[in-house]
Write a protein that binds this ligand. Structure first.
Ligand code: FNR
Length: 367
């Protein structure tokens, strides 16, 4: 399992130093607000707080899980603690990266532990779907899931679904048989909320309906348009064949905005809109489409790796400022009102959504 630890370190290195984002967009540019000349609210009275899984947050933003358990360097621990201090200061939720390394090497637990600096943060643990597959030797079950949450005093568990990344990685875990069943079983006895989370290829309405039917508490759509895990694996690939495969699938997936619309159309699940969120207007659009939170990973990695708490807060405050401005210009004084403002869908987004959902009905009756 030394390999898991080294691999995680390489992922961070590539995300810090290389271009790892999708070459296609998350499709927010094809979702338009309609400007309102008479907002009939004061910008200062806008309330950005949201409720999610029984907790109240000051802003509808989540710091998406990235790391933990990397080799030597303490880099992972520094990143998580820096993100956690920012999350504590802003009262927003945050996730840690995959705790697989911690399950195998319990001594790495401290690199995920942030309670000392973030006593009040809504913290989300993280384990991967393939580890629960029926074809996985030494498959995980409730014991590992409880260990992941309780070792770091988390409030919920993210169960990451990453078949794209695993499929283009030579040592990837491509066992996915029986994962939905395992998740259903886990959900029936697990005392914490479970968030099913994609990692950059999006969640379709069909998958979301299945997740809702087994009682999953929330979905993070982790859509296409931001960090590409096939892209990251491209840099790690050692031979021509692996490089080619990773390159071909660099832009595979469901763009984030469209994934949010699909999941909102087909389910009542709380939604986190992650994947390519790079400004506050996109956050406003994600919320207007029905997301409850917008998740951000890559833009926070650089300041976090330097231990720069103020740098992390600065990025998030910029998003918050832009979000508030967008809400003012559509006359929404809180997130609930934002869900009801008119939206226009154009181009590729319209073509996609017309074939996947009753688009006009969705736009008329959004919650
Ligand atoms: C991630 N992400 C991730 N997700 C997960 O569930 N478990 C993990 O261990 C990791 N690790 C990880 C490391 C790094 C360096 C990055 C940048 C990301 C995925 C992350 O949570 C998110 O879904 C995607 O990165 C998309 O968001 P951005 O980066 O486009 O904002």
């Amino acid at each position: 399992e030394e390999l898991t630890v080294i691999r995680k370190f390489e992922h961070i290195e590539h995300c810090l130093k290389k271009e790892v984002e999708a070459h296609v967009s998350a499709q927010f540019e094809n979702i338009h607000f309609v400007h309102m000349s008479l907002p009939e609210i004061d910008k200062e009275e806008i309330d950005l707080s949201v409720e999610f899984l029984g907790r109240k947050f000051d802003y509808p933003i989540m710091i998406a899980g990235m790391t933990g358990g990397t080799k030597g360097s303490q880099l992972a621990g520094k990143i998580n603690k820096t993100l956690a201090k920012a999350a504590q200061e802003l009262n927003i939720p945050m996730g840690v990266g995959s705790q697989r390394a911690m399950i195998r090497k319990p001594e790495t637990w401290e690199s995920y532990y942030v309670r000392d600096v973030a006593p009040d943060v809504f913290l989300v643990g993280n384990l991967g779907a393939p580890q629960f597959s029926e074809t996985m030797p030494n498959r995980y079950g409730i014991e590992e899931a409880i260990k992941a949450v309780e070792t770091i005093q988390a409030d919920a568990l993210a169960f990451h679904m990453n078949p794209l990344q695993e499929s283009v990685q030579p040592e990837g875990d491509t066992q996915y048989r029986g994962v939905l069943n395992a998740l259903a079983e886990l959900k029936s006895e697990f005392p914490y909320p479970i968030i099913a989370k994609e990692t950059g290829a999006g969640v379709s309405k069909e998958v979301a309906v299945k997740l809702e039917s087994i009682g999953i508490d929330a979905v993070d759509v982790g859509g296409l348009g931001g960090t590409s895990w096939s892209g990251v694996e491209y840099y790690r690939a050692k031979d021509e064949r692996s490089k080619n495969l990773a390159l071909k699938f660099w832009d595979w997936g469901i763009p984030t905005a469209l994934s949010v619309a699909e999941v909102r159309y087909a389910t009542d699940l709380p939604i986190i809109s992650t994947g390519g969120i790079r400004d506050g207007i996109q956050i406003a659009k994600a919320l207007a489409l029905g997301a409850n939170l917008a998740g951000v990973a890559l833009p926070l990695l650089k300041p976090a790796a330097k231990g720069d708490v103020e740098g992390v807060i600065k990025v998030l405050e910029r998003y918050i400022n832009e979000l508030r401005n967008a809400m003012f210009l559509v006359g929404a004084k809180n997130v609930v009102e934002l869900r009801k403002v008119p939206l226009v869908v154009t181009g590729f987004a319209r073509e996609w959504l017309e074939q996947r959902i009753e688009l006009w009905e969705f736009l008329r009756e959004r919650r």
